[in-house]
Design a binder for this molecule. Sequence first.
Ligand code: ADP
Ligand code: MG
Length: 252
Amino acid sequence: MDNNYNKLVNNLEKLNLSTIKSNLDFYIDRYNSKELSFVDTLYELTSLEIKFKKERSDRAVITVAHFPFVKRFEDFDFSFQPEINKDEILDLKYLRFLDNYENLLFIGMPGVGKTHLSVSVGIEAAISGKSTYFISCNDLCLQLKKAKLENRLEQRLKHFSSYGLLIIDEVGYLPMDIEASNLLFQLISKRYEKKSTIVTSNKPLNKWHEIFGDAVLANAILDRLLHHSKVFTINGPSYRTKDYLINNDCTS
Ligand code: ADP
Ligand code: MG
């Protein structure tokens, strides 16, 4: 039927306003019964559409960021890690560090929540519109080495330098040869004072020379990472083995 209601539905489809379309009948009824004014009706319908589109784009940027899991600050049990300064961590939500091209370092033993917190910060950055990417240090070095072999190192370095926020996870879990250390140094140098980087590591900073097999390179990397940075050292129990520890407590 060629009436205005049908034409309206058609227009909504053409404009890709699917949420308004699917809520239209309900809101027409509410308007007709004088439950809502004209302005309120339009306002509520457009708000629903915006909410739907924002949620969809949030999901897309979270997928693109390549996080190993999706965990938010709300999912982090601060009472399990009482040595952490909760206010300081929750302040990261405001992403002020990105404006100043500061880096964040999460240091601590396995299972204390380093990856969780870096993902939580990364999600906030991604949904605020920053291009964000998560990668393990090992994968990053493998990719850079491969690019070097294929004579496209500059291109690959440029690619990883372009992210507004790059999360390099698990620095120091596997020993790095001089070539890998050198490539990581080049990337960190390119991002220095231009972009923010988050690094997680199980090695305290004074042991970083052991990771890179070269004290000069270790210092050069740390120098650039630390110059504008916040370091969070998490001293506490592993969340992964918490149930095991609790069980042990019960039996002892
Ligand atoms: P790390 O990177 O320090 O080795 P993860 O961040 O990967 O540890 O944490 C291991 C697992 O335990 C993840 O699933 C993470 O979400 C969870 N986890 C760690 N700490 C906490 C915490 N304090 N509250 C809730 N979950 C946590
Ligand atoms: Mg981890």
